[in-house]
Design a protein around this ligand. Structure first.
Ligand SMILES: [Zn+2]
Ligand SMILES: [Zn+2]
Length: 340
């Protein structure tokens, strides 16, 4: 089969012929319909963040497709079924999994990081981790549910604990941030979106944001937000992964509020401890989404409460994958997918 293979940082992915994965007990082989291009891939490609499996490795962790082969003993899938693969597979038996927190499973396996991912014609997966994709959800655009929508869902519902009527700030309107806007809006929050690109802020408004702040046009974003909200929001989500915006997001939250860190950075964020203490602030992280939540997200998409089709800006073939990654690098588009 053909796949886009990662050989190391600062070099393009190489599209080449590789062996088709062989499935073992409990596994299925999936013919990839689409795989979302994610900023996470740029951490490996551009920023030297190591993958858990050493290259050569097939990247890609946002996969939809159809079942091509089923191993003996797998009864819940048949050849031809439409499926969604979660970005991160959980063991199901460790203490965190048993506590319903499989997203921080002690033995988590991330596609395109611990094992070969979805920038390929085929991918194999443990059947117990895979979800059926209902007919109402388009197969190609449905791929983005696997990370771009489930990650915001977990951040909003379980970590941010957003309630109807809460004022919520979303810093960064990329693939995850824009979807966070629509998930928070569906949860009944009043959402204010922050970004530097007007096209993304306009999209945030389409997805339900009640106001937007262009960070390139105001000298102090947190101050602008405190003014807009009469003293600060209840909850801020940082979806960029930049210590400076994390600090700004913290300052845009009112006393007793919550900062949820969704963006990834390896750098240090500075917060004044007395402000955390004296203002009774919560600063918490959010990673991916437990598998137990996937059926709920799929149902929200199936019933049209969350959109996927309008969130996919461009499709790239496997041969165009490096062009697709350049498109992600440029910060253009909302979410793009590779269609092998
Ligand atoms: Zn991702
Ligand atoms: Zn586990």
């Amino acid at each position: 089969m053909r796949a886009a293979v990662f050989y190391g940082a600062n070099q393009p992915l190489k599209v080449e012929e590789v062996p088709k994965p062989q499935i073992g007990a409990g596994e299925i082989l999936v013919k990839v319909a689409a795989c979302g291009l994610c900023h996470t891939d740029l951490h490996y490609l551009d920023h030297g963040v190591p993958t858990f499996k050493k290259p050569p490795l097939i990247l890609g962790h946002e996969v939809s497709g159809t079942v091509a082969e089923v191993a003996a003993g797998v009864s819940q899938f048949q050849v031809g079924d439409r499926v969604l693969l979660p970005a991160v597979m959980a063991c199901g038996v460790c203490d965190n999994c048993r506590a319903g927190r499989g997203n921080i499973c002690r033995h988590m396996v991330m596609l395109g990081n611990d094992v070969d991912g979805g920038y390929a014609e085929y991918i194999k997966a443990e059947a117990s981790n895979v979800f059926h994709l209902p007919a109402e959800i388009p197969l190609i655009e449905g791929a983005i549910i696997a990370d771009a929508i489930t990650t915001p869902f977990h951040a909003v519902k379980n970590r941010g604990k957003v309630k109807p009527g809460d004022t919520v700030i979303v810093y960064g309107c990329g693939g995850v941030g824009l979807n966070l806007v629509q998930v928070a809006n569906a949860a009944g929050a009043s959402v204010i979106a922050v970004d530097m690109m007007e096209v993304k802020l306009n999209k945030a408004k389409e997805l339900g944001a009640v106001a937007t702040v262009n960070a390139g046009e105001v000298p102090d974003v947190a101050k602008a937000i405190r003014k807009l909200t009469g003293g600060g929001a209840e909850i801020a989500f940082e979806c960029i992964g930049n210590p400076k915006t994390m600090e700004s997001a913290f300052s845009s939250v009112r006393n007793g509020g919550r900062l949820v860190i969704v963006g990834y950075t390896e750098h240090t964020m500075t917060l004044n401890a007395s402000r955390v203490m004296y203002r009774e602030m919560e600063v918490i992280g959010s990673l991916g989404c437990p598998l137990t939540e996937y059926p709920k997200v799929i149902e929200l998409v199936r019933t049209g409460k969350l959109q996927v089709e309008t969130m996919v800006s461009r499709r790239f073939s496997l041969d165009q994958i490096n062009e697709g990654l350049d498109f992600v690098r440029s910060g253009q588009g909302f979410r793009s997918v590779v269609v092998p």
